[in-house]
Design a protein around this ligand. Structure first.
Ligand code: PLP
Length: 394
């Protein structure tokens, strides 16, 4: 075994499905002195973070806060608090993460009724309507707003409306959507939602913002069984994160990571949420122009594409893993592989948060063209960077 020494990671450009590049301003915030998690100044910062999160989610939900663990824990927090043994939950699956929701439902002792759509397609509201009609005893509808495994957006507003017409609560996965594309928790009537810090907030991984509306809080209060997870029981967590000065110890908060989240949310507020959505959309257009000029095709229909996660086909006969490996080693650039049925056939190119900028678009398009040229791939040469530049110039 080698002699362990301090780990110095290389400076990569992260353009995969997450984590995305973290702004230096956020990393600096994280390096500030650790203070106690019950220190009055820390508590003031927590209150600000809750307020900033309400802005990011576009909600007035009082129960809006970060869970001290990654996105999967936010997912689990929503399910373990809202689902009880014997419940029926309609789960939409059009990629990896709907499958993880199903696991959560079943581990709560409930039944998951699956509404399946092809990978790369949005959740079909007609299928959801049919499932809601066929299962009038369903308590919850759960779906992923931005499916990271396929770069596909689903219509969260329509799906939430449908659920409410059938007296169901809605759980939404917004891990990849928050700050990257339009998301309005209150206007769309979303009852429970979770996200992650490592995507379009450009913060370090490891925290999961969540928000619960009044109907969801009421359902939690009416539970017949205690929440089976001690750590994720919202009733207990609120003793620490709840309003006012009466904060009680629940777990030791990840103090410095929460500095990072506070700074990330502050940056989002400074930029403006809608400006952030527009920036993601604009940079996506430039990346698309460059990739399409080379001859690559997008997998998802234009209307449902996520600007923050671009799924494009690998050119004929190209070893996609070799391309990713050369991009990483020669250009310090990370892009993502396809998953499941799409493995080997697509790349997932992220333009998330701080990483969604002109420099990254031009670097990515240029580096990809260089590597593909070296591998003698069947692409159009010498046009990609200019095509992307044209979008920026326009
Ligand atoms: N949901 C979606 C849509 C995701 O993309 C991810 C992670 O990529 C998760 C949930 C899980 O988040 P984490 O990996 O932070 O636990």
């Amino acid at each position: 075994m080698s002699n362990p020494t301090t780990f110095y990671p290389p400076q990569r450009t992260l353009m995969g499905p997450g984590p995305s590049d973290v702004s230096p301003r956020i990393l600096q915030a994280m390096a500030r002195p650790t203070i106690g998690h019950l220190d009055p100044l820390f508590i003031d910062m927590m209150d600000e973070s809750k307020q900033l999160l309400q802005y990011a989610f576009q909600t007035e939900n009082a129960l809006t806060m970060p869970i001290s663990a990654p996105g999967s824990a936010g997912m689990e927090a929503c399910f373990v608090n809202l689902v009880e043994p014997g419940d029926k939950v309609i789960v939409c699956q059009n990629g990896v993460f709907g499958g993880r929701m199903k696991e959560n439902v079943e581990r709560c002792g409930a039944t998951a009724v699956m509404v399946m759509d092809d990978w790369g397609k949005p959740v079909d509201p007609e299928k959801v309507e049919a499932a809601l009609q066929a299962h009038p005893d369903a308590k919850i509808l759960a779906f992923v707003h931005a499916e990271t495994s396929t770069g596909t957006r689903s219509d969260a507003r329509t799906l939430s409306e449908l659920a409410h017409q059938h007296d169901c609560l809605v759980i939404v996965d917004a891990v990849t959507s928050l700050a990257g594309c339009e998301l309005r928790v209150d206007d769309w009537g979303i009852d429970a939602i979770y996200s992650g810090t490592q995507k379009c907030l450009s913060c370090v991984p490891g925290i999961s913002p969540v928000s619960f509306g009044e109907r969801a809080v009421h359902a939690i209060q009416q539970r017949q069984h205690p929440v089976q997870s001690w750590f994720l029981d919202m009733n207990l967590i609120m003793g620490y994160w709840g309003g006012g000065n009466k904060r009680a110890y629940h777990h030791t908060a990840p103090v410095n990571t929460l500095y990072a989240l506070h700074e990330a949310l502050l940056m989002l507020q400074e930029e403006g949420l809608e400006t952030s959505w527009a920036r993601h959309a604009h940079n996506h257009q430039a990346l698309k122009a460059g990739l399409e000029a080379m001859g690559m095709r997008f997998v998802v229909d234009e209307e449902w594409r996520l600007p923050q996660l671009n799924l494009v086909t690998v050119p004929e006969g190209v070893d996609e893993a070799a391309v990713r490996s050369q991009l990483l080693h020669d250009y310090d650039l990370e892009i993502g592989a396809g998953l499941g049925a799409l493995a080997g056939k697509v790349w997932r190119i992220g333009l998330m948060g701080h990483a969604s900028n002109e420099k990254n678009v031009l670097n990515c398009v240029g580096a990809l063209e260089a590597v593909l040229t070296r591998l003698e791939a069947p692409i159009e040469r010498g046009v990609a960077v200019q095509a992307a530049q044209t979008v920026f110039a326009g």
